[in-house]
Design a protein. Structure first.
Lengths: 357, 201
């Protein structure tokens, strides 16, 4: 199966390259490969037992990408993006009941996108929906260690109450409700205007979303923000019509002396519960190669009405060279249940390295 | 008049805050906007340089500006005439020194500075040539130069079409504001430099 996929990828790439070279361009053509490897060691303690894992950090997983573009006469630009991830022991999948190695490793599609740029950018294929990333704007420089999507690390660990399993994992008790993620869709981005641009995308089953983004530089600080609304339509996200959609937003400010502040607020419109998430982070970049941050977030009403999933996190990143980042993460996952006793906290330590090649 | 729910005031306030910040003489943060465009950042690909790909952050298999398939920039550089390479030696050495001394960013700045100096020097020489052309139009030197040009044309099998192609290339390289006459004069100047070089040998 894997071999067939690799053959398909190679044939596709050969065709893409050949077509870009055969079709006479008006101006520049380029075709490039890039990627990253992000591996870490993870230690988890759920109050009952503790275990070591060797994981692929799902904050920014191991992947590679092919990118190509061609400039045509009249200001038209056409290109493609093909990005595939390959995770062995993803940090959001490992759990106490797992062996040290989590089954077969497969390629996972992230982007298979064709885009056309003239008056804005039109994208067609598998890729980011307009709202993807609207809860995750982060200028702290520690996002590879810890950011608003806290369940990317340890998301499958289950809360325990003494010897009893609660049936609630880290992942289903907290979320940053970050739009519609990546899907097969058609997406349009407006041209940039004074640091602003807006996006809209339509997916299958009447699902759609819109978003706006801003990035400005004041000289003494950089500021970035995003917000969006996603409507689930009749897709599986609507959970048989019990969920309408979600709002997601985030903003981050990085002062020129290194201090940075990040916040995110999002909620899902859902029958009777309307779960929401609030996230805050304070960070400091120092000595050019170091970044550290402390964060706290609360998700309420997700695992059950009035349940509170609180997360405290510390992240540290050291970049001795621009292409290499060493990082350390600490997460304390807490669950305060409205009904029943409160389970034990889950402690997670992770240390790893991300290398871009 | 408007029935805005209390929760929605938060969004309105956030929107107004962003707009007012944007109004505080903020320049668009192109770095962040490019990261969004290139799908880099939290959860996405690491922005910036790569271990093997260098500052570009990607291994370029094909780039029509740099050369053919799998042709590296260095190989394109190697294909240049030795005279050009000699002129660039100082630049490369300076850039290497700057890299050793500081960051790769300063090395690039140093290279740009060297290129700017080279351009300034060449521009000055071009003006000297123009002056010389005006004053020495009937001199034996100028006549010899014209003969050299004629000989070069016949030796290289030059045609109008070839010259037109060269003009197009020259225009693409960013001198689109100059008129064709200036281009011709520039070409003449280049030939003059060649001629002077051949005289010196």
């Amino acid at each position: 199966m894997l071999r067939i996929k690799i053959h398909k990828i190679l044939i596709g790439l050969a065709l893409a390259t050949a077509s870009m070279m055969i079709v006479a361009p008006a101006y520049a053509i380029d075709f490039a490969i890039s990627g990253q490897v992000n591996r870490a060691t993870l230690y988890a303690d759920d109050g009952k037992s503790a275990k070591w894992f060797f994981v692929d950090n799902n904050n920014s997983s191991t992947r590679f990408r092919f990118r190509g573009s061609n400039d045509f006469e009249g200001g038209w630009k056409v290109g493609f993006l093909w990005e595939v991830e390959m995770k062995s022991n993803s940090s959001d999948q490992v759990s106490m009941s797992d062996d040290s190695d989590l089954g077969p490793v497969n390629f996972n599609e992230r982007h298979m996108d064709v885009w056309i740029e003239k008056w804005g950018t039109l994208r067609l294929g598998q890729g980011d929906t307009a709202t993807n990333g609207t809860s995750e704007v982060d200028l702290s420089g520690t996002d590879v260690a810890a950011y608003s999507s806290v369940s990317d690390v340890g998301g499958s660990f289950e809360f325990r109450d003494g010897n009893n399993k609660t049936g609630i994992t880290v992942g289903n008790s907290r979320s940053n409700f970050d739009g519609l993620s990546r899907k097969d869709r058609i997406r349009y981005d407006t041209p940039r205007w004074a640091g602003f641009f807006a996006s809209g995308s339509v997916e299958g089953n009447s699902e759609w979303d819109v978003a706006a983004r801003y990035a400005g530089d004041f000289g003494w600080a950089r500021f970035a923000a995003a917000a969006g609304w996603a409507d689930y339509g009749t897709s599986s996200d609507s959970n048989d019509g019990t969920r309408d959609g979600n709002f997601s937003s985030s903003a981050s400010m990085l002062f020129d002396f290194g201090l940075n502040l990040t916040a995110s607020y999002a909620f899902r419109k859902q029958d009777s519960t309307d779960p929401w998430n609030l996230f805050g982070k304070i960070g400091y970049k120092f000595l050019k190669k170091h970044a550290a941050s402390i964060q706290y977030s609360r998700t309420q009403n997700l695992s059950a009405k009035d349940d509170k999933g609180d997360t405290f996190g510390i992240g540290y990143v050291f970049s001795p060279w621009e292409s290499v980042e060493f990082y350390g993460t600490y997460y304390l996952f807490m669950l305060d249940r409205d009904e029943g006793s409160n389970p034990d906290d889950i402690n997670i330590f992770m240390a790893g390295v991300r290398v871009k090649f | 008049m408007f029935n805005i729910k209390p929760k929605n005031w938060k969004f309105l306030a956030a929107g107004l805050l962003i707009i007012s910040l944007a109004g505080c003489h903020a320049r668009p943060d192109e770095k962040q906007l490019d990261e969004w465009k290139n799908l880099e950042g939290p959860g996405e690909m690491k922005p910036g340089a790569g271990l093997f790909s260098g500052q570009d952050g990607e291994l370029t298999l094909y780039d029509s500006k740099k050369g053919g398939l799998l042709q590296k920039k260095e190989e394109t550089e190697a294909a240049k005439p030795s005279a050009e390479k000699t002129a660039q030696t100082n630049t490369a050495a300076g850039a290497a020194a700057a890299t050793t001394a500081g960051t790769s960013g300063s090395a690039q700045e140093f290279q740009e500075f060297q290129e700017y100096q080279q351009w300034k020097k060449e521009k000055q020489e071009f003006h000297t040539y123009q002056e010389w052309k005006k004053s020495a139009e009937d001199s034996p030197d100028f006549k010899e130069f014209q003969e050299y040009q004629q000989w070069q044309k016949s030796a290289k099998g030059s045609s109008d079409f070839k010259e037109f192609q060269e003009y197009q290339e020259w225009k693409k390289s960013g001198r689109s504001s100059a008129d064709y006459k200036e281009f011709r004069e520039w070409k003449e100047f280049k030939a003059y430099q060649e001629w002077k070089k051949s005289q010196g040998q």
